[in-house]
Design a binder for this molecule. Sequence first.
Ligand code: NAD
Ligand code: TYD
Length: 370
Amino acid sequence: MRLLITGGAGFIGANFVHYWARRHDGDRLVVLDALTYAGNRASLPELDEGRLRFVQGDIRQQADVEALLREEEIDTIVHFAAESHVDRSIAGPEHCVAVNVLGTLSLLEAARCVWLGEDRVAHRFHHVSTDEVYGSLSAGQPAFTETTPYAPNSPYAASKAAADHLVRAYHETYGLATTISNCSINYGPYHFPEKLIPLFIVNLLEGRDLPVYGEGINVRDWLHVDDHCRGIESILAAGSAGELYNVGSRNERGNLEVVKELCKAVDVAFAADSDLATRFPAAPPAHGAECASRIRFVRDRPGHDLRYAIDPSKLEKELGFAAEVDFASGLRQTVQWYLAHETWWRAILARGSYREWVDRQYGDAEEASA
Ligand code: NAD
Ligand code: TYD
């Protein structure tokens, strides 16, 4: 296969590149990424030029994307590129819509022009979407299936829902061979430290508080990023054009439960390795305190969805998908990854734009909770 991976320098995209390179030797991988604040070339593996090419560019530059599709004879697009953070979409919805909706439209147009022209090319356009398009569940409601009506609540979720509809329309109207995956929340390596798990790990290592929104009762269905990649792999291998597949692992947990488990994993890591107290002297276990002592409840996210839960039965039954990483070991591995890749996250923390975001976001929240 000759794959174009948009957003391949972001969290899931980069993990997908690592995953695919490990398992598909002969394939050509071309990453197209604008390197926004969330993109990071250092997240990509070092592979020879015959296997991996990195192109810095915007999915909204349709002519450039068309040229790249032709030059590289791409047959498969895996579309990750997006503004992916709910809090940032609340702070600035226009940009989120411009990238997620118009960017996806532009990419679809490029694919249509190149693949459905006079010389029709065998192809697949896979769009990576989210469970957030389905809206929020109350405590006893059944998990989202592929026929659950869309009811997005945040600007981010609305923009992903709009993009999903465009992908569907390009299949129905023009015959583009599309598939969509709606995935639950991911965790794992190379995760930008503005999202819950990586933010809380680096906060602990730096001796900062852990700002839990509201009462920490919101439930998410946590999936290790490798299992997400495995799900996309099975869709690319055997998914039917025009279909939508939910990806999840039936791992619902409240935020406070996740945070407490994370705290325990960091406590255990420090207990097992005395060097960590020297490397991270501000971390609670370096001076005899438990990580959970840094939990603080702060002002809730506006429109904070109570619960997401994915029913992955279709993917399991039709395509043989099975999630493999259990949450406790996935979380431990993730903590170990951040401990072993301090240079990766310190480079992000050193950026003025990162500190500005964190101060604006949590300065306000802490004032509100005081
Ligand atoms: P991320 O924010 O870590 O990465 C996004 C990447 O897209 C970055 O590398 C960024 O530079 C790039 N990008 C942004 N705008 C671009 C543009 N205009 N042109 C080219 N590149 C651009 O996001 P992520 O968490 O890796 O999410 C990837 C995809 O998966 C997104 O579409 C997201 O909606 C979806 N998703 C994420 C999760 C999750 O838990 N993180 C869950 C389900 C679905
Ligand atoms: P997050 O990691 O931001 O992912 P998403 O953008 O997909 O919502 O949030 C996951 C959950 O954690 C969500 O319910 C909000 C909550 N959360 C906090 O409680 N505190 C935080 O500092 C962050 C970033 C998230």
